[in-house]
Design a protein around this ligand. Structure first.
Ligand SMILES: *[C@@H]1O[C@H](CO)[C@@H](O)[C@H](O)[C@H]1NC(C)=O
Ligand SMILES: *[C@@H]1O[C@H](CO)[C@@H](O)[C@H](O)[C@H]1NC(C)=O
Ligand SMILES: *[C@@H]1O[C@H](CO)[C@@H](O)[C@H](O)[C@H]1NC(C)=O
Length: 320
């Protein structure tokens, strides 16, 4: 009896033998190819086989750096503004337009999880009775860190701007410091690309403090934060000797962070997809294989059922 055992199935109680180059062996090979290759094509062609991006949620570790730049517009003219910042070089450039405000800030950890949840910021700008504020531009600088996947450290800002035709007494803003991603973060490692100051406080040049240039350089970054309050509240009717007040609440919400999955995560998802489709093919082609051999579609030598001997019987047979 030539050949090797090609197929057996517990339900059939028969073994089928044939030569390695027989039609049955070729059919078996073809069935194997049809079982294992198409699931790969199906998984691949149905998109999302290789995981390109993934997401997770994390509340960032945000701290106000006690750095800010403030410009209050007092009229329509080009030089009618008052300004102050925490950068001495900027303040030196302002000369008589420099006006030091009174600041109070408080960061609050509302749920006691060790991460700050919001910043209460209040700025009181003393004004002469003849001065009026018609616009506010404010940059607050934060240190912003993510730890769950890659360690991402950056200095970022909240920019608040409001103009009104009516002189104001107070500007009230309340919003989120939202993460804005133009690029996926890494899944591991340390990323300090943007751990650079938003405002170059050591520069003596006025152009480095031009809001237009600061915003342009900041927006060039692939990862930024934006302050989301699109509708701050402008209050009018300031008393003659009262300061102009900026009152802002800046929240640090939990963010959905998009990242580039690592090698093993990519392989895992590809494997899960492949195997789940493969199971269906294994079942279907298992049936086909059984049919082909049971019905002798290709010539094979069926070997009659070898009934398992009971241990007692086999023991007795070996007795001398
Ligand atoms: C980020 O920058 C700050 C200030 O320049 C520095 O103190 C800190 O060590 C830097 N962090 C990392 C991880 O490089
Ligand atoms: C800040 O400005 C100074 C002077 O122009 C320059 O030498 C320095 O490289 C700048 N720093 C950054 C971080 O751009
Ligand atoms: C920003 O993202 C673009 C496109 O994803 C990339 O080509 C560029 O290198 C990134 N810039 C930095 C500084 O990482």
């Amino acid at each position: 009896m030539a050949g090797v055992e090609l197929f057996s199935h517990p339900a059939l109680h028969t073994r089928y033998r044939a030569g390695l180059c027989s039609a049955a062996a070729l059919a078996l090979l073809l069935i194997a190819v049809l079982t294992y290759v198409p699931p790969l094509l199906v998984a691949y062609r149905s998109h999302g086989f290789w995981l390109k991006q993934s997401a997770y949620r994390e509340q960032p570790t945000v701290r106000f750096r006690y750095e800010l730049l403030f410009v209050a517009t007092t009229g329509p003219g080009p030089g009618s503004f008052l300004a102050w910042s925490t950068f001495p070089a900027f303040n030196r450039l302002q000369e008589d337009r420099l006006r030091v405000p009174l600041l109070s800030t408080r960061e609050e950890d509302k749920n006691q999880d060790g991460k700050m949840d919001q910043l209460h910021f209040k700025l009181e700008l003393p004004l002469q009775p003849t001065e009026h504020v018609v616009g506010v531009q404010l940059i607050l600088i934060f240190s912003y860190q993510l730890y769950r996947m890659s360690t991402f450290v950056m200095q970022s800002m909240a920019f608040l701007q409001f103009f009104s035709p009516v002189p104001g007494s107070q500007l009230y803003a309340n919003g989120d410091l939202k993460l804005n991603q133009r690029q996926l973060l890494n899944h591991c490692g340390l990323d300090t690309r943007y751990n650079v100051s938003v405002v170059n406080g050591t520069s003596p040049f006025a152009s480095d403090y031009d809001l237009k240039n600061i915003i342009a350089a900041y927006r060039d970054r692939n990862v930024t934060t934006v302050f989301s309050d699109s509708n701050p509240i402008w209050m009018t009717g300031r008393g003659a000797n009262t300061p102009f007040i900026v009152n802002a609440t800046i929240r640090y919400p939990v963010e959905v962070i998009l990242y580039q999955p690592g090698f093993w995560e990519t392989i895992k998802f590809a494997w899960i997809q492949y195997v789940s489709i493969l199971l269906i093919f294994l079942w279907v082609f298992g049936r086909i294989k059984m049919f082909v051999f049971q019905n002798q579609v290709f010539a094979t030598t069926p070997v009659s059922p070898v009934l398992p001997l009971s241990p007692v019987l086999s023991y007795k047979q070996h007795q001398p």
